[in-house]
Ligand binder design. Structure first.
Ligand SMILES: Cc1cc2nc3c(=O)[nH]c(=O)nc-3n(C[C@H](O)[C@H](O)[C@H](O)COP(=O)(O)OP(=O)(O)OC[C@H]3O[C@@H](n4cnc5c(N)ncnc54)[C@H](O)[C@@H]3O)c2cc1C
Length: 473
């Protein structure tokens, strides 16, 4: 049997389910096809479970430091199974929430593997979606006017270093650890690698990070990378940069060992387990792209700024199109695509306004251009920097490391980028995001009254510092 829809969304991750809700709000008859669980990577393998584990690690570390706050905690014991069950409870609660939202929006959810068909008896155009139902029931045929592909991504591996789920882990495997290893080598010092390094170190694991680029977090502002490396090293994490892992050198025994080449020399790194965090690849296979004219560029689906593929009624959003692989990017792309389908004339997304967060300890967050990028664009820049050391609330928290840095244009006075590292900056970055959206100048941010004592005062002070007018430093 074939069922007609205005819109069928392939993949019910953050991008897909948010797009479905917007479509239902705009009156489109909508279906979502999901082969695993609604919520996708972010809810089940990414943002939420990793942040739940990070929060437990933070509580454990803070409890061990309680004496500094005048609180005597005689024995701090980590019960990792409870850490994992707390994580799962949070995920389950949010999963139920997403299922409820689908019902509320009268969105049909098909549990199964979706595949796009070419022209068929159902439609002269490619786009009919055949669903191989998880229940084993006969395939469902969905005949939509429009399709959104939101099939997301999966961990990338290196040849010779494929995760085995036991000793060589992907981030998916690491989330399911039943016991903490004594030691781990993390290959890749990007966002995911650094969050895991920080978390496992806080849990008491001996952590080594091996990064190919000259610095960890290579896409962040160089000052942020440098500060993060210093802070993590101070916590006891070994960080090796500019090191090329030699996959053929992998040896599995009681421990895992790997060799990496750095400055012409070969070094060996051994640990109980290894985590491979070297990026994510798009899920473009097995979804019927060969039945369409849709193009793949560098492994990702190519789209225009409204997320239309070469088949103008088939859109693609989220991790499967590459770029910034973030949940809030996927959902905004999804909403833009749906509004375009519904003739709402949305603005195309400005990716320079997307905040990026790293939930390690210390946290880091940024929006807009790094100092290096601004200079590479030929901008005449001015920079304001303000340390948390001079912020009363940071002292109260007992977390005074880090700073807020604002990069502005000397000629136009535009804020080009804001970069932060320190306590709670992943929550504070939204103010910088708003300042960018409203095209505020550093002076305007400096005039904004920041309540005292708060960590947000560091933003106001950094804005004043752009023109040499910071008060407390
Ligand atoms: C460890 C980790 C931590 C992260 N932390 C953050 C964070 O803190 N903040 C942040 O913004 N981002 C974070 N991310 C990234 C974020 O999870 C992704 O950017 C986001 O999930 C992308 O959403 P999506 O909808 O494009 O894809 P996904 O969430 O991957 O969803 C795709 C869905 O499509 C389904 N699917 C695939 N193929 C088919 C098919 N043929 N038929 C039916 N269904 C199909 C999949 O089962 C999946 O549910 C993290 C990622 C990881 C791995």
């Amino acid at each position: 049997m074939a069922t007609e829809y205005d819109l069928v969304i392939l993949g019910g991750g953050t991008g897909g389910y948010v797009a479905a809700i917007r479509a239902s709000q705009l009156g489109l008859k909508t279906a979502v096809v999901e082969k695993r669980k609604l919520g996708g990577t972010c809810l089940h393998k990414g943002c939420i479970p990793s942040k739940a584990l990070l929060r437990s690690a933070e509580v454990y570390r803070t409890a061990k430091q309680a004496e500094e706050f005048g609180v005597n905690v005689p024995e701090v014991e980590l019960q990792f199974s409870k850490v994992q069950s707390r994580k799962q409870k949070i995920v389950d609660q949010l999963y139920n929430g997403v299922k409820h939202l689908m019902k509320k929006g009268k969105i049909d959810v098909y549990e199964g593997i979706g595949r796009i068909l070419g022209p068929s008896i159902f439609s002269p155009m490619p786009g009919t979606v055949s669903v191989e139902m998880a229940s084993g029931a006969e395939n469902e045929m969905l005949v939509p006017k429009n399709v959104i592909i939101a099939t997301g991504s999966r961990p990338r591996s290196l040849p010779g270093l494929e995760p085995d789920g036991e000793n060589i882990l992907s981030s998916d495997d690491a989330l399911e650890l039943e016991h903490l290893p004594a030691s781990i080598v993390i290959v890749g010092g990007g966002v995911i690698g650094i969050e895991w390094a920080s978390m496992l170190n806080d849990f008491g694991v001996d952590v080594t990070v091996v990064e190919y680029a000259g610095r960890i977090l290579p896409t962040e502002d160089a000052d942020i990378s440098r500060e993060m490396q210093t802070r993590l090293a101070k916590k006891g994490i070994t960080i090796i940069t500019g090191a090329k892992v030699l996959p053929d050198s992998l040896e599995k025994g009681k421990t895992i060992s790997i060799q990496a080449e750095k400055d012409g020399e070969t070094h060996t790194y051994s640990a109980e387990k290894m985590l491979i965090s070297v990026g994510r690849q798009a899920n473009v296979e097995g979804i019927g792209l060969e039945n369409t004219d849709i193009q793949i560029e560098n492994g990702f689906i190519a789209t225009n700024s409204m997320y239309q593929t070469k088949e103008s009624h088939i859109y693609a959003i989220g991790d499967v199109i590459g770029g910034l692989q973030l949940a809030h990017v996927a959902s905004h792309e999804g909403m833009t695509a749906v509004e375009h389908i519904a003739d709402q004339h949305p603005h195309s997304m400005d990716y320079s306004l997307v905040p990026k967060c790293i939930y390690s300890s210390p946290e880091a967050a940024s929006v807009g251009l790094t100092e290096e990028e601004a200079k590479a664009e030929g901008r005449n820049i001015k920079v304001g920097k303000f340390p948390f050391q001079a912020i009363g609330k940071a002292l109260v928290y007992g977390e005074t490391d880090g700073f807020v840095k604002i990069v502005a244009d000397q000629d136009s006075d535009d804020i080009l980028g804001v970069h932060m590292i320190g306590p709670h900056v992943t929550d504070m970055i939204s103010e910088a995001g708003l300042a960018k959206v409203l095209d505020a100048t550093p002076w305007e941010v400096g005039q904004t009254i920041h309540p005292h004592p708060t960590l947000s005062e560091a933003i106001g002070e950094a804005a004043l510092a752009v023109d040499g007018k910071a008060i407390h430093f």
